[in-house]
Design a protein around this ligand. Structure first.
Ligand code: R5P
Length: 299
């Protein structure tokens, strides 16, 4: 592996483990709940991530250019929730653009078993052909569109292996209760676990991530179960502890509870703090981050 590729991989996966924060949902879902203003959503989470997974539009408009964490650029798309088939994706962002945006990796979806299986596998192989000469790793996403019931070990093992055979350096796939170890064992490159729709309890998230890690995954690419949770920072801290500190799901719950208590104490202290006197006629200014609303159009 050349130095550039090795360096990008080491930054994306420090110590062999990773928490990728997924915020690419808008590329087919539009303004997903809690991701309407992505800059505000991610601001408190950035210190805890290993990399950010997003599209070029959100990167340019909502992510600070001072970001020190690596970016995985979502480069496939061309479909929407209202269209006929979510699998009908193409590569929508060039490798040249990924380089201009200083991306550390590119990611695209492959829909095995769909009407667009062939096209999306070829999208992956072409992207690998174009990215590898620049030392840019490709993360393949084994996507199922609306057919969530497809996610059993047999299907996921098939899909992840095909993505690895085409040259993906990392494969993102779903966790499954039965046989996830077979999915990981059959894949010659690192596997990261996708989050999926929001779970009812945080403990469910800790359990499946912990189980997936024990069965060989190197980390997660997870979004909604963190940023749609009322305590996103506590969630990400607990998940980080599972991934980087090998804590169990029960211990992650303790990390979560104590971070939540700390967050609540801090919020209460802020509310209870005496307000400075305001001269008559002055209007308080909203303390909202400006990053989602740049003054000038930036592209
Ligand atoms: C899939 O490719 C999506 O665009 C997300 O990156 C992925 O589903 C992870 O996000 P979540 O944890 O919200 O499912």
């Amino acid at each position: 592996m050349d130095w550039g590729m090795a360096n990008r991989m080491a930054r994306l996966i420090p110590g062999g483990r990773c928490y990728f924060l997924a915020i690419d949902h808008g590329y087919f879902q539009g303004p997903t709940t809690k991701l309407e203003r992505p800059g505000e959503t991610i601001a408190p989470l950035l210190p805890y991530i290993d990399a950010l997974f997003c599209t070029r539009g959100v990167l340019r408009s909502a992510v600070p250019t001072t970001l020190e964490k690596p970016v995985i650029l979502r480069v496939s798309g061309g479909t929407s929730m209202t269209g006929k088939d979510l699998a009908h994706e193409a590569v929508t962002t060039s490798v040249e653009e990924a380089i201009r945006l200083n991306a550390s990796a590119v990611g695209l979806s492959v829909f095995i078993g769909s009407d667009y299986e062939h096209e999306t596998i070829v999208n992956l192989s072409r992207l690998v052909n174009e990215s590898e000469p620049h030392g840019i790793p490709v993360m393949a996403v084994t996507a199922v569109g609306r057919e969530l019931e497809k996610r059993d070990a047999r299907y996921l093992a098939l899909a992840t292996r095909i993505c690895a055979e085409q040259g993906a350096r990392v494969v993102k796939t779903y966790w499954c209760e039965e046989g996830f170890e077979k999915v990981v064992d059959g894949c010659p490159v690192p596997v990261v676990i996708a989050g999926g729709p929001k779970c009812d309890t945080e403990r469910e998230v800790f359990e499946f991530v912990s189980d997936g890690m024990q069965k060989g995954a190197i980390g997660v690419n997870l979004g909604r179960n963190v940023w749609q949770h009322p305590q996103p920072v506590a969630m990400i801290m607990a998940l980080r502890a599972i991934i980087h500190e090998d804590v169990s799901a029960a211990e992650a719950q303790e990390v979560f509870e104590s971070a939540k208590a700390e967050e609540t104490r801090a919020a209460r202290a802020k509310t209870d703090a005496p307000k400075p006197d305001m001269p008559k006629g002055d209007t308080p200014k909203a303390e909202t981050a400006r990053i989602d609303r740049p003054k000038a159009k930036v592209w």
